[in-house]
Design a protein around this ligand. Structure first.
Ligand code: AVI
Length: 321
């Protein structure tokens, strides 16, 4: 496709990264206080498809609310953001939101999409390139944890708009969230914009239902993480030995997802025997919920100015400019 370029950062030093990552995985599973697996392993192709299904489930409100804001507050968004901009999406998920943003903005000049899931990224950008034949598109496959100075972004001379929808920022700890925002700022540089979606604090029942959907898609998504590490590292975790658990931790203001073991067993990892006792959990994900004030403070502490906060009627979700 003429209007689509591809830059691959994932294969650089791949072997070093795999050894490093395996070590991180083992340390997480050996942790005697709380076993854990990095949530980045959720998103193989199957995980990305399952996540798409979650976003369509009745109980998971975030995607629908964010789309509602982009739809209904489109004029306000257009008014604040510069014309002819380059749009950089950090971690492209589905095309729905970026399409909406591209339609709202005044003559966007190019779109750069960065994601760890190479197949998903290519599939999505190819579709988008067909739908927007006059838009210059670049797909960059990269892992934010390993690479974050993008010459391609820094060399842009047009106004830049970073896009980080879906409240993915909520999946980071407060420290990681700040570091990530600082990385965005360094790539975007001053006098440019970031459009970021943030899930807001709300009633515990609504939150817990969103992560325990009645169709059991979130449970499948959570368990899929075991299949991903099995394939990647030649392990043999049995998915049926685990149960999905998700609850709101009031003190830490976050939904926690865990996989709880149904029986005692051991798993050999790099010649090390790791014991699992019945009822013990592997912590797989946090999803922090913010108030408008808390997130504004975090943004300011990361060097941003908050220009506008747009919310849906129920104040479930916030799009911060
Ligand atoms: C991608 N991220 C913002 C989702 C969330 O809500 O934290 C991932 C997710 N996990 C379970 N359901 C959705």
């Amino acid at each position: 496709m003429q209007n689509l370029d591809f830059i691959d950062y994932l294969n650089t030093k791949e072997r070093d990264i795999i050894t490093e990552e395996k070590e991180e995985l083992i340390n997480g599973l050996k942790n005697s206080n709380q076993k854990k697996i990095n949530p980045k392993y959720f998103y193989d192709q199957k995980g990305s498809i399952l996540f798409e299904k979650i976003t369509k489930s009745d109980d998971y409100y975030t995607t629908k609310k964010e789309m509602e804001i982009l739809d209904q507050k489109n004029k306000k968004i257009k008014k604040e953001l510069p014309a002819g901009s380059s749009i950089i999406e950090f971690g492209a998920g589905s095309n729905k939101k970026i399409k909406k943003l591209l339609e709202i903005l005044d003559s966007p000049s190019e779109y750069i999409s960065i994601d760890i899931s190479k197949d998903f990224l290519l599939e999505n950008t190819k579709k988008l390139a067909k739908e927007f034949p006059n838009l210059k598109i670049t797909a960059i496959s990269a892992d934010f944890n390993h690479k974050f100075e993008f010459q391609k972004i820094k060399s842009i001379t047009k106004p830049k708009i970073g896009f980080f929808p879906g409240s993915t920022i909520g999946n980071f700890s407060k420290t990681e969230a700040r570091k990530t925002l600082i990385k965005f700022r360094k790539n975007l540089e001053s006098n440019n914009f970031l459009v970021i979606g943030v899930d807001l604090k709300k009633d515990k029942t609504i939150l817990e239902k969103a992560y325990n959907d009645s169709e059991g898609i979130t449970a499948k998504f959570n368990k899929n993480i075991l299949k991903v590490i099995n394939t990647k590292y030649g392990l043999n975790f049995r998915v049926n030995d685990f149960e999905h658990k998700a609850f709101y931790n009031v003190k830490k203001k976050r939904i926690e997802m865990h996989l709880s073991t149904k029986k005692n067993f051991s798993q050999v990892l790099n010649k090390r025997n790791i014991k699992f006792s019945k009822g013990e959990t592997i912590h797989t994900e946090n999803s922090h919920k913010y108030t408008k004030n808390n997130f504004s403070k975090l943004a300011r502490n990361s060097g941003f100015e908050v220009v506008k906060i747009l919310t849906d009627k129920k104040n479930f979700f916030g799009v911060f400019l």
